[in-house]
Design a protein around this ligand. Sequence first.
Ligand code: ZN
Length: 136
Amino acid sequence: MNKVDHIGIAVSSLEAALLLYAGQLGMTHIKTETVASQKVRVAFIDAGNVKLELLEPAAPDSPIARFIQKRGPGIHHIAFNVKDIETRIAEMKSRGIEMIQEEPAAGAGGAKIAFMHPKSTGSVLMELCEKGEGEA
Ligand code: ZN
């Protein structure tokens, strides 16, 4: 893990969240896309040295919908940038970390992602994120 790639924030409405982050807070909205594998609509915000990933449920059975139901909107996960995610997953497992995804899933921007189980990581949901080709 060489740096924090982004912080995931669960929101009920991307439109309302963009009014806050891009409008009132004056940050740059990079792009919005739908990530089918995670059933979310995602907007990336440039927060300087890190990105914010605003996550809106795209389906009632989205993990983000369940998170908002249980805990309300707010900080959802921290994503660390890695290279060679398959090796990192194996390394985490060998150190006793339970993975939610043992195989990388497709994330936003063609990234390969895998979440660690919060029961292994002090109740903080953490994501390993390997950038897609050509992504910053
Ligand atoms: Zn993420």
